[in-house]
Design a protein around this ligand. Structure first.
Ligand code: GRF
Length: 210
């Protein structure tokens, strides 16, 4: 399937940010096979040329861009580079799925309250890069996933949706993360579709579709 950015309605346009494998990206691309879903991935941007998600995007005929920090003199310049690369696609929504860098003010100001992230823990518990490992180490019996808006903090933005996942006896980080990712992909597809179809209202930390 080839994306046609010029004919995709402005409210449907989604740019996905990936650093790694991209199973969440694959789920979004699968969802858009049904036009009723309402969103369309028009571009995929990565900080790493080797990100598996870029291959998934290319195979689906979706345009890609790489914005590598080493190509920029400093952090702020990289943020501006990211904003420019993403802005080319004129997205209504920017969806960060396993994007392992913090986005700074030059990026977030431009896409204020339109950047969605998925995190493999029930925020505000266990933010950061090791949400699954940290939850296991804490001995929680229930963890899960959170889809939220991105603000200047680390996984601190207003929550859009969450799903719980039970921790099973014998779980290690990999087995637990795989079960979380099953829920995470479904939740993300639901949230991105609703955001595109209905829009989103944000008042402080309170969010609602529509
Ligand atoms: C997801 O669990 C995401 O929340 C976390 O990294 C994982 C990315 O998975 N930050 P994938 O690359 O979409 O398969």
């Amino acid at each position: 399937m080839r994306a046609s950015p010029d004919v995709v309605p402005s409210s449907a346009r989604v740019v996905v940010l990936v650093s790694g494998g991209g199973s969440n990206l694959a789920a979004l691309l699968e969802a858009q096979r049904d036009p009723a879903w309402g969103a369309r991935v028009v571009g995929v941007v990565s900080d790493r040329a080797g990100a598996g998600g870029l291959e998934i995007a290319r195979a689906a005929g979706v345009a890609t861009a790489v914005v590598a920090p080493r190509d920029f003199p400093d952090r702020e310049a990289w943020d501006r580079g990211m904003a420019q690369a993403v802005g080319v696609f004129e997205p209504a929504w920017v969806v960060s799925v396993g994007f392992m860098r913090i986005l700074g003010a030059p990026f977030l100001d431009r896409f204020a309250q339109r950047v969605i992230n998925t995190h493999p823990a029930l925020l505000p518990s266990f933010p950061g890069a090791h949400g699954v490992r940290d939850a296991l180490a804490h001995g929680v019996r229930v963890t899960g996933c959170t889809v939220h808006l991105v603000d200047a903090g680390v996984d601190t933005g207003p929550i859009l949706a969450q799903r719980a996942v039970e921790v099973l006896a014998g779980d290690d980080e990999a087995t637990l993360h795989e079960r979380i990712k099953v829920e995470e992909r479904a939740l993300l597809v639901d949230v991105v579709g609703r955001a595109a179809r209905e829009g989103l209202t944000v008042e402080g930390r309170a969010t609602r579709f529509g």
